[in-house]
Design a protein. Structure first.
Length: 583
């Protein structure tokens, strides 16, 4: 029977059996075989079930290879394919994760998937295609066109812009050179046209008109220059400007800043300079700084002269000082004007002095002379805080680990010394005395640990405590919590104290905290964990109604068995809200 199953050659074997009136011949003449040749085969086809991929977020595309029926060969069928190259085709491995040239369709499977994972590069190249065409192989036939090929398109997320800068020159400089910059990589490069245009300066009398093209190889950051000849005359005409306009970027590039402004400063112009007449400013107490912008002679133009400037330095406008306007006006009949720098008293920890550098910029009616910039320094008084937590351990825990926390970024890092001190616990008997220094890189919420060895004895002595004291802070820090309390719960009691875990006890803002989170100790049958604000469990009025609190304090957790009256030593937890402070 002609079925549609791919089942390979099959046999029909007939063997004669005994019956009435005849005898059966001996082997091999008693049996015969007919072989049925299968006329069915697996036909592989391919579709793009997800035909669109993107560099953005590496969104994948996907092909499906289909045998037309379930693979029942007992092993995987490997279907080969080729990948188109050249032209607008994406490049294997470069534009997408490597595809190997074949896909395996397992036994009892009908389909196999090929996933295209784009590589998010920085090259502007437009949309590219991944075209797979099925190729011959073992155990299958390839479907005819168009079912033997499929396409996934990778959309590009990159753009490259071509921009031209602005140029300011003196009339006697002879030329003005504009820089044209390609701000991203462009596949196959680009060519951009340019031409000059009049503004207040006129071609032929103030500059020479030019037009042409600039060609880029396509490298990110690549630059080309356009040089325009400047004509010097003897006219007092003030500052004049002309344009160099960019048009028609070829290939995958686009135009960014299309117009460069060429400013020609007249030879007979006012010369502006700047100095810091009060170069020292401070956040606290508030002390302003002053810049003075002056001309080489009195302004006699009949109207105010506006001098432009830019602001730089390590200080940040709006957070370290009140924003400056970007220009200052020198009135008619005046020779200078002042710029006042008003610091902002912030809480940021800053290393040493911060600078505000005002640099004069070109404008109308003047040229920039020397000095063209000046600096005012802002002194800061802010420091970061450092704190140590409290620790509760059982006498047989061997060590007590204290955590010291830095609560703000500190330029150039910081260090602090530590040393132990007795309270009711005694060094040498209950713990091992230690001293040392902790060094911090200077990162906000950075922590260092101090490990103190605990000595176990056989004396029933109750809960005891000792101190770890911080001292000698070095760097832009102060000590907020200088003393950590180490509580040693005696292990000669009816039940040991619950053990504290590493849950943080220092908060940098308002908080709500469940005290039960500070121990992982399993509560024995018949016991309950009760929290109190007093280390004496017998003070019933100090016991808390809930383990959830939202304020700073020291709390004590007891394991209590009401039936037997057994009370454990306390688990001591001190919660601290820590904020940077100012001196």
């Amino acid at each position: 029977m002609d079925d549609g199953l791919v089942e390979g050659p099959e046999t029909v074997i007939l063997t004669l059996a005994a019956g009435t009136g005849y005898a059966v011949a001996g082997a091999p003449n008693n049996t015969a075989t007919v072989t049925i040749a299968d006329n069915d085969s697996y036909i592989a086809s391919i579709t793009a079930n997800d035909p669109t991929a993107s560099e953005t977020g590496s969104a994948t595309g996907q092909f499906t290879v289909d045998l037309g029926t379930t693979n029942t060969t007992g092993s995987a069928i490997v279907v080969n394919y080729t990948i188109a190259t050249g032209g607008s085709n994406a490049t294997n491995t470069t534009d997408y994760a490597t595809l190997g040239g074949s896909v395996s369709i397992g036994n009892n499977q009908q389909t196999g998937l090929i996933t295209v994972t784009p590589v998010d590069d920085a090259i502007a190249e437009g949309s590219e295609t991944v075209i797979l065409t099925l190729a011959a192989g073992t155990g299958y036939a390839v479907a005819g066109s168009p079912n033997n090929t499929a396409t996934v398109t990778i959309t590009d997320n990159d753009t490259a812009g071509v921009s031209i800068d602005d140029v300011s020159v003196n009339e006697g400089d002879g030329t003005a050179t504009f820089t044209v910059t390609l701000n991203g990589a462009v596949f196959l490069g680009t060519i951009v046209s340019y031409s000059t245009a009049n503004n207040t300066a006129l071609a032929g009398s103030d500059y020479d008109a030019e037009s042409g093209t600039v060609a880029f190889l396509g490298l990110n950051g690549e630059t080309r220059t356009i040089t325009i000849d400047i004509s010097e005359d003897i006219l007092v005409e003030g500052t004049e400007t002309f344009f160099v306009n960019l048009t028609n970027a070829t290939g995958f590039a686009q135009l960014g800043k299309t117009q460069g402004i060429g400013t020609i400063l007249d030879n007979d112009s006012y010369i502006a300079t700047i100095t810091a007449t009060d170069a020292d400013a401070a956040e606290s107490p508030l002390d302003a700084g002053t810049f003075t912008v002056g001309l080489n002679t009195t302004n006699l133009t009949g109207s105010p002269m506006v001098i432009n400037y830019t602001v730089g330095g390590t200080a940040v406008s709006g957070s370290d000082f009140m924003a400056l306007a970007g220009s200052v006006s020198i009135g008619n009949g005046q020779e200078s004007a002042t710029i006042t720098l008003n610091p902002i008293n912030d809480s940021e920890v800053e290393a040493g002095l911060e600078t505000v550098i005002v640099s004069l910029a070109s404008g109308t009616g003047y040229i920039v002379g020397a000095p063209n910039n000046a600096t005012v320094n802002i002194a800061s008084e802010d420091v970061a805080g450092i704190s140590i937590d409290d620790v509760l351990v059982n006498e047989n825990d061997a060590t007590a680990t204290f955590t010291v926390t830095l609560n703000a970024n500190v330029p150039s890092g910081a260090s602090v010394d530590y040393s132990t001190a007795n309270n009711t616990a005694t060094a040498g008997t209950d713990y091992v005395a230690e001293t040392g220094t902790l060094n911090f890189l200077g990162l906000n919420n950075e922590t260092q640990t101090i490990v103190i060895d605990i000595l176990e004895d056989t004396v029933a002595e109750g809960t005891e405590s000792f101190f770890v004291n911080l001292s000698n802070p070095i760097g832009l820090i102060q000590i907020d919590k200088a003393q950590g309390i180490g509580t040693i719960a005696d292990n000669d009691n009816c039940i040991e104290a619950p053990l504290i875990n590493s849950t943080p006890t220092i908060f940098c803002q308002a908080f709500t905290q469940d005290l039960d989170a500070y121990t992982d100790t399993a509560i024995p049958t018949g016991f309950e964990l009760i929290w109190s604000s007093n280390s004496d469990f017998s003070v019933t009025g100090a016991r808390l109604n809930t383990s959830v609190i939202d304020f700073e304090a020291t709390f004590y957790g007891f394991l209590y068995n009401e039936g037997t009256g057994c009370v454990s030593p306390p688990l001591e937890v001190t919660l601290v809200r820590n904020e940077p402070r100012k001196f």
